[in-house]
Design a protein around this ligand. Structure first.
Ligand SMILES: Cc1cc2nc3c(=O)[nH]c(=O)nc-3n(C[C@H](O)[C@H](O)[C@H](O)COP(=O)(O)OP(=O)(O)OC[C@H]3O[C@@H](n4cnc5c(N)ncnc54)[C@H](O)[C@@H]3O)c2cc1C
Length: 397
């Protein structure tokens, strides 16, 4: 069997994998990144919304090739459509600013990794971990139909929502049904809408989740919705919800699909552990998606950068144990753990609210000018109009 030796093998070439590969290689690690699909970034399973604010911080240069649309901000719309909160880009979170083209975006991140020195293998699927003397020592994979062993001092599981690497290593990445959102999305053209704003529609249009419009061009957008798994009663229901919404929305009803996408996101609390000796998880594989928005690209990129930098240190110290890898746990937790907990608790509450309550919430927030958006400022705004409603959220405060 063919054997490849390296310092670090990264499983999965999404944003988390490419960022890890890039930062580890920049720090001198010999990195091999494997991707089971024949093309990085395709097929797309994403609404493609990101903000501009964090790109600089993780060392990603904006390239017009992957920017499909620049938006001014977001509209949060009440279930009836009567009330709306307008947020400018700076207040609208990690998913509003650009609508990207993931086919090009993911490739650009992989190209950065390659430029830093990482090797990329396409059509190469990891199938199990290699253990040597009780220690993780790489992955077995099938590459272009042939078995291959990729021997490495550290394995990075960047294998997305359906991640297996964590499970193989005995890290508990399992999800409760209340922590999974199932999504369906069309790229819909021939629509008549406001292409300057991303839109989020709340309520029973998408039970336990929300519906979205992410502009791609003047008459084309990613239009989708996500439904909490526990609220789905039969197969095909998420698509039916989407079709129903499109059919009754005058802006969308003449739309024609260019592409259909289905997928799932985790909306769970942060995991207890995402690293063990000789292995770590990044991005969706580590359940780092924002539980309110379902957005995960920003956190995947941050985690990849933190992981890559720590791996470079591991290579220099020739120590891939938790003694060195703990710094990765510390870094990603310092950046996102509190936010993930807070947003998960807010999500647990939001999924219990009726359309009437959501209507009141959006109405209350629409009446005030918010300096900063977070759970606290939102609740303070709601308190001004509906103090009794805020009682439901006392735990969060
Ligand atoms: C419908 C939908 C809409 C979304 N919209 C947004 C949005 O608008 N904004 C946002 O920020 N986030 C969004 N997300 C979430 C976002 O897509 C993810 O958070 C992001 O892609 C995570 O990056 P990742 O690198 O961790 O995983 P992925 O991008 O999923 O990459 C994982 C890679 O690993 C590969 N892989 C898996 N198993 C193996 C294996 N055994 N061997 C080799 N390779 C393997 C996969 O093929 C894949 O390329 C959305 C998700 C869905 C489903």
């Amino acid at each position: 069997m063919r054997t490849i030796n390296c310092d670090v093998v990264v499983v999965g070439a999404g944003p988390a994998g490419s960022m890890t590969a890039k930062w580890a290689a920049l720090g001198g690690a010999d990195v091999v990144m494997i991707e089971k699909r024949p093309e990085i970034g395709s097929p797309i399973r994403c609404g493609e919304g990101i903000s501009r604010s964090w790109l600089d911080r993780v060392g990603v240069k904006v390239d017009p090739k992957w920017v499909a649309r620049t938006v001014k901000g977001a509209k949060i719309v009440s279930p009836s459509g009567k009330h709306m909160v307008m947020l400018d880009e700076s207040k609208a979170g990690n998913e509003v600013g650009f609508v990207v083209d993931r086919v090009f975006f993911d490739k650009a991140l992989a190209r950065d990794a390659a430029e830093a020195g990482a090797k990329i293998m396409l059509k190469t699927a990891a199938t199990s971990l290699i253990y040597e003397d009780g220690k993780i020592a790489g992955v077995r994979a099938v590459s272009h139909g042939e078995p291959v062993e990729i021997r490495a001092n550290c394995v990075v599981g960047a294998d997305g929502f359906e991640s297996q690497v964590g499970r193989w290593a005995g890290i508990d990445t399992s999800l409760k049904a209340t922590d999974i959102i199932t999504c369906y999305q069309y790229r819909l053209t021939n629509i008549d809408y406001d292409p300057d704003f991303t839109e989020f529609l709340l309520g029973s249009v998408a039970p336990g989740g929300y519906a979205w419009i992410f502009p791609k061009d003047d008459n084309t957008a990613n239009i989708g919705l996500g439904v909490l798994l526990t609220k789905i009663k039969k197969p095909g229901e998420v698509k039916e919800c989407l079709d129903r919404w499109i059919a009754r929305d005058p802006r969308l009803k003449n739309g024609q699909p260019l592409e259909a996408v289905s997928g799932a996101v985790s909306v769970c609390a942060p995991l207890d552990s995402v690293a063990i000796d000789n292995l770590l998880l990044v991005g969706d594989a580590a359940r780092m998606i924002n539980p309110i928005t379902g957005g995960g690209i920003a956190n995947s990129c941050y985690a990849g950068m933190f992981a890559g930098k720590v791996l470079a240190k591991a290579v220099k110290a020739n120590d891939y144990s938790m003694k060195v890898l703990q710094e990765y746990e510390d870094d990603w937790r310092a950046k996102m753990e509190n936010g993930l907990w807070r947003d998960w608790m807010a999500k647990e509450k939001l999924i219990t609210l009726s359309d009437d309550t959501l209507e009141m919430l959006v109405e209350a927030v629409s009446k005030v000018e918010l300096e900063k958006i977070n759970v606290h400022t939102l609740l303070a705004a709601v308190k001004q109009t509906y103090p009794e409603l805020v009682k439901e959220f006392e735990d969060l405060i």
